[in-house]
Design a protein around this ligand. Sequence first.
Ligand code: ATP
Ligand code: MG
Ligand code: MG
Ligand code: MG
Length: 569
Amino acid sequence: MKASRFFIGTLKEAPADAEVVSHKLMVRAGMIRRVAGGIYSYLPVGLRSVRKVEAIVREEMNRAGALEVLMPAVQPAELWQESGRWTQYGPELLRFKDRKESDFVMGPTHEEVVTDIARNQIKSYRQLPVNFYQIQTKFRDEIRPRFGVMRGREFTMKDAYSFDKDQAGLEASYRKMFDAYVRIFTRIGLEFRAVTADSGAIGGNRSQEFHVIAATGEDDIAYCPNSDFAANVEAAEALPLIADRAAPSEPMKKTATPGKAKCEAVAEYLNIPLERTIKSIVLATDNEGAEPTIWLLMLRGDHELNEVKTGKLPGLANFRFATEQEIVEWFGTPPGYLGPIGTKKPVQVIADRTVAHMSDFVVGSNEVDYHTTGVNWGRDLPEPTVADIRNVRPGDPSPDGKGTLDICRGIEVGHVFQLGTKYSDAMGATFLDETGKPQSMMMGCYGIGITRILGAAIEQNYDERGIIWPEAIAPFEIVLCPMGYDRSDAVREAADKLYAQLVEAGVDVILDDRGERPGVMFADWELIGVPHRLVIGDRGLKDGKIEYQGRRDTEPTLVPTGEAAAFAR
Ligand code: ATP
Ligand code: MG
Ligand code: MG
Ligand code: MG
C-alpha cells in the first residue's frame, strides 16, 4: 500500500465523550468514526485491523471443525416468542415492525435462529455433532454505550453454536471451542485469563469467559496467583462462601446482604425470574434511624436505576412493595442501613409506595455514608465495582484452598457456554437417536467480541504517542518512511526497491510516499501504531544503511540496506 493512495484520517484531538485511552486513540488514529451513540463506521485503517482479527478467528474456528454460516441480522419475533425470550430479554433487544405490522428484532445473539436451522436440517444422530459459526453484526440497545467499540450498540461478534447428541458430546465440543479460544487470544498477542462466569441472560449451565486484563475493564476478576482458579466476581456459584459471609468492616455492620436463598424468596415474591434479574438485595433506610424500608436491588446485567424507576424491566409491572414486616420475615432482620453507602450504586424501591414516588426521593452527597440518590457516580463518588457489591476482597481465601485471592479488572472478549437443552426443548429441536427415539439436541454457544478486541488490545498496548499494535492485528506490519521521497532520487529508488521486496515477500507494508516532513510522518505512524518502521535517508544510504525502529524501541538501529527487509520481520 502507498500512503498517497490510502486514507489517513489522523486527528490532533480526542472526542470529548471518550473516557478510555482506546476510544481516544481509535478516533485519533482515524480508525473509527461515531455515527450515533454506540454506532460507528470503520475507516480503512480500522477495518484492516478488524479483518485481521476476523481472519485469525475464522482460521481457528475452521481448524476446530466449526462450519461457517451467515444468519440474518433481522429476526422474526415468532422465534423469540417460541424460546420465551421475547418477554424475558428486556430493553437491550431492539424491536420494530415491518410495513405489514409484523414484529421483528435486530439480533443481539442467534440461539433462536440457529436452533430453527437445526430443527429443520438435522434429523438423525448421524448428522451430529455439528458446530455452526458466523462472523456477523449484532445489535444490543445497551443502556450505557461507552468506551467506543468496546461497548457499542452495533458491533461484530463471532458466534458459534454446537449441537450434540449427549452431555459427553457437548463437553467435547465445549472443550474444542475453549482450546480454540486459547489459541485465538494467544495468536492475537493479548494478556488474557479464562474465568468461571455467571451464565446470565442466555441461561444454561457451565460457562467461562475470556478476559483481557486491563485497568479499564468493566468486570472484576477474582483469581488465585498460586492456582488456575479465576472467577468473574458476578459468578455467585464460584465464590459462594465469600458472597454469604457477614460483612466485617465498621460501616458494613449496618448492612444486611442476603444470600442466594433470600434473593430467590424475593424473586418468587415479585414474580420475576431470579437468574436474570436479581444480583443481590440490600436493605436500607432512607435515613439512619428514621422511617425504614428502602430496598436496594442490585440487578444483573446492565439494568440501572432508570429502568427500574420507569418500570421498564419485565416483571416489574406487577410490582408490589414490601412491608417492613415482610422484610423481617424474609430476611430475618429488620431493614438495615446500606453501608458504606457512598460506594454502592443503589436501585431504590420504597416499601408501600409506588415507583413514581421514587423520583421524589431526593438526596445527594459527596461524602461516604450519606444518601446517594441524585449522586453523579464517577464524579461525586467512585463507581462501585461488582466486587464492592459482592463484598469480595483481595486476601480472601481462594475457594480451591490453594491460597488467597487477588482482584483485577478484565474486559470480556469471549464467552463459552454449555446451554444444554434449554433452546432445543423450547423450540422442539430433536433428532432420532440410535434406537430411533427422538431426543433434544444438546447445545453450546460460544461468542467472541471481534470489534471489542481492538479496544481491549489497545488498553494493553499504548504509550503517550499512540497505539502499539500487536503485530498480528496491526493495520500494517511495517511502514517505510523515506526522508525526502519527493526530492531525492536515491531515497526514492531505495524506498521503492525495499517496498517491492517486502510486497514480494508478502509483508503487509505501507510506503509513506506523501512527501511529508519526518515529524508529521513519524507522528502519524506512531499514533496509528504500526509495529515496525524503516527510515530511508540520504545520509544513511551513503553508508549503505537504513534506520530500523520498533514501535517500543527508544532508539533506532542502523541496518545494512540489503538486510533491512529481513531485519524488520
Ligand atoms: P458484557 O458482559 O460485556 O455486556 P455479554 O456477556 O453481554 O458482554 P455475550 O452475550 O457473552 O456478551 O456476547 C459474546 C461477546 O460479545 C462478549 O464476550 C463480548 O466480547 C462481545 N460483546 C458483548 N456486548 C458487546 C458490546 N455491547 N459491544 C461490543 N462487544 C460486545
Ligand atoms: Mg451484555
Ligand atoms: Mg458479561
Ligand atoms: Mg458474556
